[in-house]
Design a binder for this molecule. Structure first.
Ligand SMILES: CC(C)(COP(=O)(O)OP(=O)(O)OC[C@H]1O[C@@H](n2cnc3c(N)ncnc32)[C@H](O)[C@@H]1OP(=O)(O)O)[C@@H](O)C(=O)NCCC(=O)NCCS
Length: 184
């Protein structure tokens, strides 16, 4: 039997949840997103040497349409629908078009945490990826990131335990890995 998998989209869709809108990141989001990616815990999670400046965030935003066009990365702004406040970003990156899998990352502003926005945003992106795109979604975090581990448990992602993964900054490091499998 031959199974045909759907093509990966060439742009970021808009996903709506009860309280959130997840949409393509635009250049005007740079002033809101820069303070989030500059938080020490986010810098550590990204494996960067130092926080990105707002200019570097802008450069990164400008690279996103091409990444989506190639089906390699889909990055969404996490926006509270009622107030249009940008509270974070969530992405599937990298998307491996051959093995049909992607890593999920999510960063929220500190004052937006622990309101179940993370679970709401991640559930929408995981549903889109596993149901519509037929991707397996990996959640990879450091073994001491209690919030990320609790989030992935709350999402019923399958716990693969600790394993060594490659990080640009640290080389091979221990990580806690969760997976949501494609559902079609
Ligand atoms: C990880 C992160 C996205 C979680 O988002 P969030 O909106 O605060 O999480 P939620 O409110 O949706 O909580 C989901 C579950 O995790 C639990 N949780 C959230 N933060 C927690 C913490 N610091 N410690 C323990 N449990 C926590 C919640 O209680 C909830 O569990 P429940 O459904 O059983 O009540 C957020 O803490 C964050 O942005 N952290 C910094 C960046 C980061 O580490 N990102 C992950 C990199 S992959």
């Amino acid at each position: 039997m031959r199974i045909s998998l759907p093509d990966l989209p060439n742009e970021v869709p808009t996903l709506s949840t009860e309280r959130l809108t997840l949409r393509a990141i635009t250049e005007s989001d740079a002033p809101n997103l820069a303070p989030i990616v500059q938080l020490p815990e986010v810098v550590a999670a990204l494996g960067h040497e130092q926080p990105r400046s707002e200019g570097q965030v802008l450069e990164w935003i400008r690279s996103l349409p091409q990444c989506a066009a190639l089906g390699l990365r889909y990055a969404f702004a996490v926006v509270i629908s009622a107030t249009l406040t940008v509270v974070g970003l969530i992405e599937l990156n990298p998307v491996n078009v051959v093995s049909r899998e992607a890593d999920l990352s999510l960063w929220l502003a500190r004052d937006a945490r622990q309101h179940h926005f993370g679970a709401e945003a991640a559930r929408a992106v995981i549903d889109w990826a596993t149901l519509t795109l037929c991707l397996d979604v990996n959640g990879v975090t450091t073994p001491d990131n209690a919030a990320a581990i609790a989030l992935m448990r709350a999402l019923d992602m399958s716990d693969q335990g600790e394993r060594v993964v490659h990080s640009q900054r640290y080389g091979n490091v221990p990580a806690r890995v969760f997976i949501a499998r494609r559902r079609s």
